[in-house]
Design a protein around this ligand. Sequence first.
Ligand code: FAD
Length: 289
Amino acid sequence: MKPVAFDYHAPANVEDAMALLTRYRGEAKLLAGGQSLMPLLNFRLSRPAALVDLNAIPSLTYIREEDGMVRLGAMTRQRSIEFSPVIRRRLPLLAEATTLVGHLPIRTRGTIGGSLAHADPSAEYPAVFTALDGTVVVRGPRGERALRPSELFRSYLATSLRPDEILVEVRLPAMTTGAGFAFEEFSRRHGDFAIVGIAAMLAGDGQRCTAARLATAGAGPVPIRLRAAEEILERDGLSEAALEAAARRAAELVEPDSDIHASAAYRRNLTRVLTGRALRRAKARMGDR
Ligand SMILES: Cc1cc2nc3c(=O)[nH]c(=O)nc-3n(C[C@H](O)[C@H](O)[C@H](O)COP(=O)(O)OP(=O)(O)OC[C@H]3O[C@@H](n4cnc5c(N)ncnc54)[C@H](O)[C@@H]3O)c2cc1C
């Protein structure tokens, strides 16, 4: 199928893009990498009056490190993130997760802003963003706002972004030097969306854990932090028994749904298995960097 007819605009700056969104009163869609939006248009599941293409706005593409924070422009391509030395050094969890996003051509076009705004609960970036407790900066006619993961994600493919707002920047705190990390996921074929994915980060000295981070993909309508599982590790350390207890607790914390890909019970079990794997791999990597 082909999309319904739409107007097309390629503004050269964010202000002009915002003016267009206002002009179309919620009937325009932003186009980033198009890797999720174009299929929706082709299937006519999305029927916007206009597309506002962000690809001609160079100021939305950058990776900067500042005061312990890594800032990424919304239009930064997944492929640039995969090979960025700053990301490899400061956010290796994000670098690893990126290699699991779709296939090379998808990562070449797809953007970090598009992935977070699209809010597919099975996607890797929302899980990493949640695990590392990042912030997105959003600009609209009423000014700028900063949203944390629990404020951004609302449900399946739904965020608190308003139709006249643009996600302009993603901020992630740099990971502690020596922190272990792993992104574990299960999908039917390489490059498919995960049935369940787990983002993990462990800081400490190999036995003691000063900070644990765990977040899900595919285990419910939005990615969630598995705080009660993290607390087990921060309290009891990183023995095999503690890792296993945290993995079991993780499975109790999620509220997955059944769909054509997997039942809720299967997803819950995967959460336990993948949390265990992610924690063991993260622990083995502690002190490596
Ligand atoms: C075959 C295939 C396999 C894939 N596999 C995976 C996978 O395994 N894991 C994964 O995470 N993703 C996967 N994807 C999706 C891919 O990562 C997309 O690139 C991503 O979800 C959306 O990013 P995009 O830049 O392409 O956004 P677009 O498709 O251009 O936009 C997506 C949505 O976000 C909105 N939007 C985009 N940018 C902004 C912004 N700056 N501010 C506000 N709203 C904005 C758009 O209006 C649209 O509603 C796959 C895609 C395909 C086609």
